[in-house]
Design a protein around this ligand. Structure first.
Ligand code: GTQ
Length: 350
């Protein structure tokens, strides 16, 4: 051992001893972890992944034979990110799951501080009730249940109904701000007729005295797929965005902000044969193909997707889409949280 090695060895030993002494006092040295704590750019532990609906559908249906919606309270198979198993999340901030409700069943009314979205994927005849109004769930409809609003789900139809749940459960858990309670009534009494909120708040008009702060959720709680489609087809005669195709964000029409403060939601059309240029953004995102088919390239990996398939894109991973058929996609992320905190970044590549 030369002199320099001896000094290095003794200082390494001195450091270890020092770390042990301060460890006993509840302290640890920053310089050992600084690079991981303050990375030059996001190094998301989230893995890119795709769930093929055709492959998981039978298992979702099997859950229907094992437990009732009422016993389960919510009969859901959670989509766990493969790199975050056991944590009940699809990204670091978001949860996703597939909820099944069979004919005649009710998922009883409750409310919680976590915000939820539903994207209807399979079957007809179910409804969700939010704050005293029911909405019939149709394929591709995007429905919200904002923080602390009572909601119950039911199926008055003839077939099983499945939808994707997206919630900010990990974010609320991180903040230790979760509260929940059950309603005394299994199903909410209807206090408004179906369609009331959409007519009152979702037609480019608002009630005379209606005012909302920027963080309040939308009173429109259903964004019907027929309207989303109409918007996406309507803008398709104009120039296409090379990075995103034809892409719109859903808004609270009273504020122009996202429908709920913690989850941003988007709809996108890619014409047959269109390939986006790559881009990356600081929000990990969950994508659902509602029509068409194509390929998602996420970092080094590629995933072929078709109707009802769900895939996840980690923060700051290079991402591009290619449409084999005319395709419509829905997506959601924590973008509005990052935006109000001044953290959101996006980079268009190529
Ligand atoms: O429908 O209220 O997937 O409370 C997870 C938690 C759905 C719901 C989930 C929930 C719900």
């Amino acid at each position: 051992m030369d002199r320099n090695d001896a000094i290095a060895a003794s200082s390494a030993e001195a450091r270890r001893a020092f770390y042990a002494r301060i460890g006993a006092l509840g302290m640890t040295p920053l310089w050992e972890v600084l690079g991981a704590l303050v990375p030059p750019q996001p190094k998301s532990p989230v893995a890119p992944a795709l769930w093929r609906y055709d492959a998981i559908r039978e298992h979702v249906m099997e859950a229907g034979a094992l437990i009732s919606a009422e016993e389960a309270e919510r009969r859901v198979l959670i989509l766990e990110n493969p790199a975050l198993r056991g944590q009940s999340c699809i990204t670091q901030s978001l949860y996703a799951g597939l909820q099944l409700i069979l004919p005649g069943e009710v998922a009883p009314a409750h409310r919680h501080t976590q915000s939820a979205l539903r994207l209807v994927l399979d079957g007809e005849g179910a409804y969700t009730a939010v704050d005293g109004e029911r909405t019939t769930m149709r394929y591709g409809d995007f429905i919200i249940t904002p923080s602390w609003t009572f909601h119950d789900h039911g199926n008055d139809g003839m077939e099983p109904v499945v939808w994707l749940d997206g919630l900010d459960i990990p974010l609320v858990s991180f903040l230790d701000a979760g509260f929940a309670e059950k309603s005394a009534a299994k199903s909410q009494a209807a206090t408004r007729p179906e369609g009331d909120a959409l007519a009152r708040y979702g037609m480019n008009m608002l009630p005379l005295d209606h005012e909302q702060s920027a963080s309040e959720p939308s009173k429109v709680f259903v964004y019907p797929f027929v309207r989303t489609r109409e918007s996406l087809l309507g803008i398709s005669k104009a120039a296409i965005d090379p990075h995103h195709g034809f892409k719109l964000r859903f808004v609270n029409p009273a504020t122009g902000r996202s429908p709920m403060p913690t989850i941003g939601t988007f709809a996108q059309r890619l014409p047959k044969g269109f390939e986006t240029r790559p881009s990356r953004s600081s929000d990990s995102s969950v994508h659902v193909c509602l029509e068409g088919e194509g390929r998602a390239t996420i970092g080094e990996q590629s995933f072929d997707f078709g109707r009802r398939d769900i895939f996840v894109v980690p923060s700051w991973r290079t991402f591009s889409l290619a449409a084999r058929e005319d395709s419509l996609l829905f997506s959601f992320s924590d973008r509005p949280v990052q935006q109000v905190l001044g953290l959101f970044r996006e980079q268009r590549l190529d």
